[in-house]
Design a protein around this ligand. Sequence first.
Ligand code: ADP
Ligand code: MG
Length: 203
Amino acid sequence: MKALLREAGVPVPRGVVVARDLPDFRAARELAEPLVLKAFGPGLVHKSEAGAVELGLRAADLPAAAARMRARVPGLAGFLVEEQAAAGVELIVGLVRDPAFGPVLLAGLGGVWTETLRDTALRLCPVSERDARAMLGSLRAAPLLGGGRGRPPVDVAALVELLLTVGGAGGLWERLELGEFELNPVIATGDGVTAVDARYLPT
Ligand code: ADP
Ligand code: MG
């Protein structure tokens, strides 16, 4: 799914897929540390709860981390090793289909706060650049995007561009054969945005 997103212009971390049995981590040496190891497999939806995400690894740590993960995660089909994005504001960007109105773009506070705070904005597709900015501005979390407390302001232009890539004219919403999906989290920093997790929503 990440390859498809990258092709569509969604920034995702550089990464390599590694087999479950006799994993070969040589290709991961091309990636910049720190690295993230993730397990994937059918039914592995909430990966961190299943112990299927390890952050802050060096390339040399990968074989041991993978062996531990294989032992604790049932249904593990393979591994993804990817570059770790710098800390930033975690957002959710999604595409859902309203039965009456059709494709709807969703943007909001992501990561661990999505379900707890339910701070999201919705707009019918296609959204304009103005709509995208208004969506972000309407969030209760909007002040977080402005920086402060030692953090630089988030690269809002890159965030708006991502919203348009998903829900703007000619965006991914026009290819809804792809199904409904959410990018969560999208990590936004002072110099860009990265979608570090993506999943299709059950229909
Ligand atoms: P899941 O949502 O299935 O538990 P994620 O892939 O979202 O798994 O990973 C869990 C958390 O780990 C994310 O919300 C994010 O905070 C962090 N994370 C995952 N991948 C990366 C990455 N490449 N760079 C930085 N942080 C990451
Ligand atoms: Mg996630």
